[in-house]
Design a protein around this ligand. Structure first.
Ligand code: ZN
Length: 372
């Protein structure tokens, strides 16, 4: 009778993909053939775990297994009842499984680069919420991150299997001749280093989690969704490695009054009919405090006043956008008897009859912005 895949990995059915991965990683390290030379039982367990992981790490196969058990893979086209993965399959899986522990990207193998290559730690990602004021002026944020770092006292030595190269060459004979392929070294997982000694609090790779406060300088003009990179503040990798990066995703918080459109800002200003007719001075919210603007008597609803340079600074060049103030004249929804009488008296008055002129347009440029 075949053992339950969840049992093999020691997780329950509700385990997340991450938990399954972690569980497999633990088993793979525990029963690794290099750690248990000649131990057939360990090798069998190593293969069992790999097979369980092969199924449970694939959403489709996992769903089938959850519904039908091992029978799901008995039929044609499936795995076949007696399926066991061979060692090469298992080790080719390792790049995925151990990759992140050892830094994820092993780019730049290049055959003639010479000397042991340095693994890079994985990146960390965080989100930083910024107000529009912070975006307009630039800001320095302190964030707490949990970084994987090498434990104090851990000692690594060069992996004897790959001589620190992190990869091994495999020669196979094909109809096209001898082919040489490089695969990630399964002993060190590609880091080129193995552990000589480590303190008890460290994980299997000699790493511990450490809290660190990182200061991030955010330039003015960033945009929602933008990602900034803080070099070297991601996870460390084992051995003689370079740390990954901290990737900071910008999240822009909505402003109570200002709407952003690229580098320009929009502000909706409501004034009364009386204020529009008589002229008025109003305070406007900007990203640099309040600004007082003067509206001439007779200002029309729908006018847009442009406050030059009062928008968001450009991230890549000099200058800033503008703040566009949209004038909305508020028509009273209710009137007293006297007010009604007043409007009725003026219904056909020449001054109350609309007659827009072309010159109204030049009004845009005539706006004065007076700063308080
Ligand atoms: Zn190695």
């Amino acid at each position: 009778m075949k053992k339950d895949y969840y049992e093999i990995l020691g997780v329950n059915k509700s385990a997340s993909a991450d938990e399954i991965k972690k569980a497999y990683r633990k088993k793979a390290i525990e029963f690794h053939p290099d750690k248990n030379p000649g131990d057939k039982a360990a090798e069998e367990k190593f293969k069992e775990a790999a097979e369980a992981y092969e199924i449970l790490s694939d959403a489709n196969k996992k769903a089938r297994y959850d519904q039908y058990g091992h029978a799901a893979f008995d039929g044609a086209g499936g795995f076949g009842g007696g399926h066991h993965m061979n060692m090469d399959d298992i080790f080719s899986q390792f790049g995925d499984i151990f990759g992140s522990a050892f830094g994820g990207s092993f780019g730049g193998f290049g055959g003639n680069s010479g000397g042991p290559r340095r693994a890079k730690g994985s990146n960390l990602r965080i989100k930083v919420k910024l107000t529009l004021d912070e975006i307009a002026n630039g800001v320095e944020k302190k964030v707490k991150v949990k970084r994987k770092v090498q434990a104090a006292g851990v000692k690594y030595r060069t992996c004897p299997t790959c001589n620190g190269q992190g990869q091994v060459l495999k020669v196979t004979n094909t109809i096209l001749g001898r082919m040489q392929t490089a695969t990630t070294c399964h002993v060190c997982g590609g880091s080129g280093q193995i552990i000589e000694s480590k303190p008890n609090n460290a994980d299997a790779f000699g790493m511990v989690l450490e809290d660190e406060t990182v200061s991030i300088k955010i330039p003015a003009g960033v945009v929602d969704g933008m990602q900034l990179k803080v070099s070297g503040k991601g996870n460390d990798a084992p051995g003689n490695s370079i740390p990954g990066d901290l990737i900071v995703a910008i999240e822009e918080q909505e402003h109570e009054f200002l709407k952003r459109e690229g580098e320009n800002l929009h502000y909706d200003l409501y004034i009364s009919v009386a204020e529009a007719a008589l002229g008025v001075s109003k305070e406007i919210e900007t990203v640099n405090g309040k600004v007082r603007i003067k509206l001439d008597e007779g200002i029309q609803s729908g006018k847009i006043l442009r406050l030059k340079g009062k928008g968001i600074p450009s991230l890549n060049s000099y200058g800033s956008g503008d703040l566009l103030v949209h004038i909305n004249v508020w028509t009273p929804k209710k009137l007293t008897k006297e007010q009604r009488q007043f409007f009725e008296n003026n219904l056909n008055d020449e001054n109350f009859i609309p007659h827009p002129e072309k010159t109204d347009k030049s009004f845009f440029e005539k706006v004065k912005d007076m700063f308080s």
